[in-house]
Ligand binder design. Structure first.
Ligand SMILES: Nc1ncnc2c1ncn2[C@@H]1O[C@H](COP(=O)(O)OP(=O)(O)OP(=O)(O)O)[C@@H](O)[C@H]1O
Ligand SMILES: [Mg+2]
Length: 630
């Protein structure tokens, strides 16, 4: 924000656009985007939101709309003046609103667009359709914009004016009625947008679902004409058979401030003790704020077609926050305040029934359309799994919906798929948690399981370590981490012999040496049953916190003291055999000490951690290499 933004009544104030806005505007002003018509969709969507906001405020302050209770949007075409004016009698904007809303980029579809901008206009311009860049899309068709706005309940009104190049001005206006007029001076190459049939078809295409009457004023044969150009009834009250796929999509774009196509559309009317209509969507692309720590849900609540609020926390649980859409209740009182929504019995019933319905629809999709369910899961699985942790009543249903990569390398698997493939006598569902699939796949602790053909699930979402704390088993099969406890990979008879064979005096001596030299750094040292290629690995002892969970909590400073790990050694590994042989011989204690610590450092490095003392690690490694290369 440039410094010369002093509020200066009567005078014209000059303001600079926020840097990001200038970048965006530059692209808009020079854009050769084919579907420039979307500017009208964006303006109508804003006007409708502005009316919804005021309708809600008026529930508690009816004086705000007493002199003009009917909400409307009008589009006035003036071919002589080459202007298109879009007006609404919604909430309007005061001086500071105009600065913060039209001079900077708030969190919206537009900022998602900015994040994706490459800086090459020609490339970026084609993304406009995906993000719908909001108010700024007007600069694709106009080289001079005036926004004249008067906030409801206020006397002052302001004119915001800009040509989209670098700065805008603000000056006092004389607007009588509340709301906003956006006057576009249409560019020479955009005159098509002054023709009523063109405007009529754009409204029909993109904004027919807007539940506020949109009137088009134009002159024909020197006669003033005025006609309503949208259906104006709430889409969700119309019979499903009368709604086209396009109309469902456009409503999703409007209600979700999104531009992707919905993956699943849920439209139904619930009747019975309580009555409500639902029109909700599962996006195909993850919304921008999906992992926002606030975990806000974005469902709009209506009561008898009256908009109440647009982020109603009580309608759906946080783990379904990717849903977009509306719920229209027949039973809630119209003057319900946000506070009253909390713990409201009607809301509680709607929430529970709606959650159940959404999950059962997802189940149907998972069976009927497994392939596209995989895409759904890749986008939203990590969020849905939060429900396993926080929603005990839906836990089993959510576990059935869950999908995991596994060592079977057959893509995403369900727990039922895994259980169906368990080996005879296998009681546990084996899993490994990790920061990413790549990291988890390289874990030494997997070796023994792979060698025995025992499938291990990869759990690589941060939430996994948490829900696993709450869910000890699935259908009687215990969840067992391959980085904790003992790896019961034994087929009894065969391995006991092998076991005995492995505990040689050399190995015992080595274990003794390691225990002595690594005291205080490891909890225990033992022979490994899960290593086939690596020499060593670290595991959490049975009953201790698992390795990856400890790492996450440490990273978030939520753990003050750390649990020591068990160092496992692979008796068949050449390095182990060499050190074990040296351990029984009167070798140099120092060298063996170094070797012991280097083994632990090795195990740490494979965990993706640094050696306890990197300098000492390098020194030890160098001296052993020197010894080895002489
Ligand atoms: N007609 C209007 N009346 C009142 N406020 C408006 C109007 N048009 C825009 N605004 C304000 O300007 C802000 C920016 O509008 P813009 O369309 O760029 O973003 P958005 O609507 O918030 O999100 P999206 O990018 O999804 O459209 C809005 O959030 C709103 O606060
Ligand atoms: Mg908008």
């Amino acid at each position: 924000m440039t410094t010369d933004t002093k509020k200066n009544p009567g005078k014209v104030e000059k303001h600079g656009f926020q840097a990001e806005v200038s970048k965006l505007l530059h692209m808009m002003v020079h854009s050769v985007y084919s579907e420039r018509e979307i500017f009208l969709r964006e303006l109508i969507s804003n006007a409708s939101d502005a009316c919804d906001k005021l309708r809600y405020d008026a529930l508690t302050s009816p004086e705000l709309i007493k002199d003009d209770p009917e909400f409307r949007v009008t589009i006035t075409l003036d071919e002589k003046a080459s202007t298109l004016t879009l007006s609404d009698n919604g909430i309007g904007m005061d001086h500071d609103d105009l600065v913060s809303h039209l001079g900077t980029i708030a969190r919206s579809g537009t900022s998602a667009f900015m994040d994706k901008m490459s800086g090459d206009d020609a490339q970026d311009v084609n993304m406009i359709g995906q993000f719908g860049v909001g108010f700024y899309s007007v600069f694709m068709v106009s080289d001079n914009i005036q926004v004249v706005s008067k906030k409801a309940g206020e006397t002052a009104s302001w004119t915001w004016q800009s040509d989209g190049i670098g700065e805008y001005t603000l000056s006092p206006a004389t607007k009588e009625s509340r709301g906003t007029d956006i006057i576009l001076h249409i560019k020479d190459d955009a005159k098509e947008f002054l023709e009523e049939f063109r405007i009529r078809s754009i409204v029909k295409t993109y904004s027919d679902h807007i539940a506020i009457p949109i009137t088009l004023n134009f002159t024909k044969d020197d006669e003033e004409q005025s006609e309503k150009v949208n259906d104006g009834t709430a889409l969700w009250v119309r019979p499903k058979s009368e709604i086209t796929e396009e109309q469902y999509k456009e409503f999703y774009h409007h209600v979700g401030h999104a531009m992707d196509d919905p993956w699943m559309t849920l439209h139904y009317k619930a009747e019975g003790v309580i009555e409500y209509s639902v029109l909700m969507y599962v996006p195909s692309q993850p919304p921008m704020d999906l992992f926002d720590p606030a975990r806000k849900t974005r469902t709009k609540l209506y009561v008898k077609r009256i908009f109440i609020t647009d982020d109603c926390e009580d309608l759906i649980p946080g783990y379904l926050r990717f849903m977009r859409g509306i719920v229209d209740s027949e039973d809630l009182p119209l003057n319900i305040s946000r506070e009253m929504l909390q713990n409201n019995p009607v809301m509680t019933k709607i929430r529970s029934a709606l959650t159940k319905k959404i999950l059962s629809e997802l189940e149907k999709k998972a069976t009927k359309d497994a392939e596209s369910y995989v895409n759904f899961w890749k986008s939203f699985g990590a969020v849905l799994k939060e429900g396993i942790y926080e929603d005990f009543s839906r836990r089993d249903q959510l576990l059935k919906l869950a999908r995991f990569e596994s060592t079977s390398e057959q893509g995403l698997q369900s727990l039922d798929d895994y259980v169906g493939r368990m080996k005879e006598g296998q009681d546990n569902i084996y899993y490994i948690t990790g920061d990413s699939l790549d990291v988890a796949k390289r874990s030494p602790q997997l070796e023994g399981f792979k060698a025995k053909g025992i499938e291990v699930l990869f759990l690589t979402d941060a939430v996994d370590d948490f829900w696993l704390q709450m869910v000890p088993e699935y259908e009687g099969k215990k969840f067992q981490s391959v980085t904790r406890g003992t790896a019961d990979l034994d087929d009894k008879k065969e391995d006991d012999d092998k076991e005995d064979k492995k505990t040689t005096p050399e190995i015992d001596a080595l274990i003794g040496l390691l225990k002595t030299n690594l005291e205080g750094s490891v909890k225990d040292v033992r022979l490994s049953k899960r290593l086939t290629e690596s020499a060593v690995c670290l595991v959490a002892d049975e009953g201790d916190m698992d390795i990856h969970l400890q790492k996450i909590l440490q990273q978030h400073q939520q753990l003050d003291q750390t649990t020591l790990r068990v160092l496992e050694i692979n008796a068949d590994h050449a390095l182990i055999k060499t050190i074990a042989a040296a351990a029984v011989k009167e070798g140099s204690i120092d060298t063996l000490k170094d070797a012991a610590i280097l083994l632990l450092d090795q195990a740490r490095i494979m965990e993706g951690d640094l050696p306890e003392d990197p300098q000492a690690f390098v020194r030890r490694l160098s001296s052993i290499m020197v010894g080895g290369l002489k």
